[in-house]
Design a binder for this molecule. Sequence first.
Ligand code: COA
Length: 151
Amino acid sequence: MPDMLVPLYRLPRMPDLAPDIKIRPALPFESHVLLAFVGQHFSSKWVDECTVALAARPSRVLIATEGSRLLGFACFDVTCRGFFGPTGVDPEARGKGLGKALLLAALHRLRDEGFAYGIIGQAGPVAFYEQACGAVVIPNSDDGVFDNALV
Ligand SMILES: CC(C)(COP(=O)(O)OP(=O)(O)OC[C@H]1O[C@@H](n2cnc3c(N)ncnc32)[C@H](O)[C@@H]1OP(=O)(O)O)[C@@H](O)C(=O)NCCC(=O)NCCS
């Protein structure tokens, strides 16, 4: 899987969401819920990255919520400076615009913090990132910083 480069100086504006859906940084006392969600639906490596994201204040992991239900998450500036990801949406909540909203909310934060470009680390769904934020594949970036990671 390649890394992708995102120009942050021409980001699309945030999409409108249903009024009961909120996107905000996860709070410290929600850590156990978020980490369990990521472990259940995704991977141990993503739990590690969310743990690091939660150590910042405000945290560097945005969550999508409906009331007190967690629907998705997105980390930014965690794995490496300027990186986006990992991100994931509850399988039952996909296809409703949450993944794109989390992505754009995180990229707007990166831009506001002074980055000109964001990097999608190890982009799985390349077409999703091309369409949602104008990302382009970085040549020869397969494995990138994740090469020979401990298992
Ligand atoms: C990738 C993911 C976050 C997308 O979340 P989502 O909430 O289903 O996506 P959205 O509903 O916001 O989709 C926004 C647009 O992208 C498109 N899209 C969504 N997933 C796509 C994919 N895998 N490939 C191509 N296009 C995709 C949608 O069709 C939609 O298009 P539209 O605006 O024309 O209607 C979600 O599928 C997921 O959690 N996948 C597993 C984890 C993962 O792969 N994370 C990324 C690792 S880098």
